[in-house]
Ligand binder design. Structure first.
Ligand SMILES: Cc1cc2nc3c(=O)[nH]c(=O)nc-3n(C[C@H](O)[C@H](O)[C@H](O)COP(=O)(O)OP(=O)(O)OC[C@H]3O[C@@H](n4cnc5c(N)ncnc54)[C@H](O)[C@@H]3O)c2cc1C
Length: 407
């Protein structure tokens, strides 16, 4: 069974152990899901990289240290899918707001209020309980709930069955994933569900087919005759034009500065733009419950809190300062005690963490304390190329890696 210890040490060990398989083996084998006990064909790095216990740049550098680009291109490309989705959503934050609005409407339908639609709620409940009668789907629900992870190909089949066979709204499926995946990420999750539905690449949807499932699950499943293999894509929605990635003001030297960790980047030791700052305190908090109005799994909550503890511990040792979790009620006191004039945090990407940080910024502004976001060079390099399809970004991977000093 996959087990994901929430620490940078584990992420580094996991990467080192996977490196021998990150070349041709990954390119040939990555699509197979032979079950939770046989997962050596993929890296299982996503919970760590999503929370930046390890960074995309570190992964790319380690892989390219061992292989030629041509041998490891497939794996590097997959890592860059994460950057593509993040950049795409940064350029169109309205898509996240629209997803939230559509989700609220569907949550009313499954709730206890006047908007409840009981037959619909029953169908949704059967899906999230793994009681649809489609054996593969029901097993994947159990796997997701018990491990907090699903293989990429399985996520595609799952989303397709949810949308086109069970005829459930994609937003509720995305929400179910987001509440249970340890790597739950607003961009990768929401936009992958949109991609399966045919909303992301207009008119091109992903249809799960029984024969394909049989082939890539090593005959474990063959849902012949159980899936809708002829469905049309969902009707297109309005896509906002791509905006631009804003420049960020740098932190100021000479101010009493605190570092603030959150779940989008738990590796403060390698944040940019910290040289020369008067760092006097380190704090942080995570808000996994903000992922949804519906309950977020205990596994996600526990994992995220433990990952924060790991991030604080490392940051504390690196900067030689106490580093502690600060709850909202402790914040005022903590800022006062350390006479903080500036709070520096990692740039939070579109989603609940960005909303929490924006609220924190307003609270600090009222006290005359500046909140400064710092963005990693990797994101600054990749995101502007995410305005169109992945193909356009893919063409830029090599020059961007060179620009970032990754050979
Ligand atoms: C419907 C759906 C929902 C998804 N939701 C999420 C999510 O919430 N969070 C998340 O991190 N990923 C999500 N993914 C992407 C992908 O499934 C996971 O990142 C991948 O399965 C993680 O396993 P791994 O680390 O073993 O990947 P590997 O195959 O070893 O890939 C290496 C790394 O590349 C990145 N990567 C690989 N495939 C993708 C992809 N398709 N999109 C983006 N990044 C990728 C990840 O960082 C991963 O750790 C989703 C995919 C689908 C189809």
């Amino acid at each position: 069974m996959p087990n994901f210890p929430p620490s940078r040490a584990d992420a580094l060990a996991r990467l080192a152990a996977f490196l021998p398989r990150a070349g041709a083996h990954y390119a040939n084998e990555r699509n197979a899901d032979r079950g939770p006990a046989a997962r050596d064909n993929v890296s299982l790095l996503s919970p760590a990289v999503r929370h930046r216990l390890i960074s995309e740049a570190e992964i790319a550098a380690a892989v390219l240290d061992r292989y030629a680009f041509s041998t490891s291109e497939k794996f590097i490309q997959e890592v860059c899918w994460r950057s593509y989705w993040k950049g795409w959503l940064e350029l169109r934050p309205q898509v996240w707001a629209d997803y939230q609005a559509a989700l609220s409407v569907q949550i009313e339908r499954i709730g206890d209020g006047p908007g409840v639609d009981r037959p619909f709620r029953k169908r949704w409940q059967a899906a999230v309980d793994g009681a649809t009668g489609i054996a593969c789907f029901d097993d994947w629900v159990e796997e997701l709930r018990s491990t907090g992870y699903l293989h990429n190909h399985t996520r595609m089949w799952f989303a397709s069955i949810w949308i086109f066979t069970l005829n459930l709204p994609w937003v509720l499926g995305a929400d179910f994933f987001y509440r249970h995946l340890l790597d739950g990420d607003p961009a990768s999750n929401t936009l992958s569900w949109r991609w399966v539905a045919g909303l992301q690449t207009r008119g091109k949807h992903y249809l799960a087919r029984a024969d394909n499932i049989q082939k890539y699950t090593a005959n474990r499943y063959w849902p012949k005759g159980e899936l809708n293999e002829d469905a049309a894509p969902l009707p297109p929605d309005e896509l906002p034009a791509a905006g631009r990635i804003a420049d960020l003001p740098p932190p100021k030297a000479g101010l009493r500065t605190a570092l603030w960790l959150h779940e989008d980047d738990l590796c403060a030791e390698s944040w940019p733009a910290l040289a020369g700052l008067d760092v006097v305190a380190i704090g942080g908090d995570v808000t996994p419950a903000a992922r949804s109005r519906l309950p977020v799994s205990e596994a996600v909550t526990g994992w995220t809190e433990a990952a924060l503890a790991d991030g604080l511990d490392r940051a504390g040792r690196h900067f030689g300062l106490p580093a502690v979790r600060i709850t909202p009620s402790q914040r005022h006191r903590w800022l006062e005690d350390h006479r903080i004039e500036q709070l520096v945090t990692a740039y939070p990407t579109v989603g609940p963490v960005a909303e929490t940080v924006a609220a924190l910024e307003r609270e600090l502004a009222a006290r005359g304390i500046a909140l400064i976001r710092v963005r990693r060079a990797w994101d600054t390099a990749f995101w502007p190329h995410a305005g169109k399809g992945f193909f356009q970004l893919r063409e830029k991977i090599r020059p961007l890696l060179a620009e970032l000093g990754i050979p």
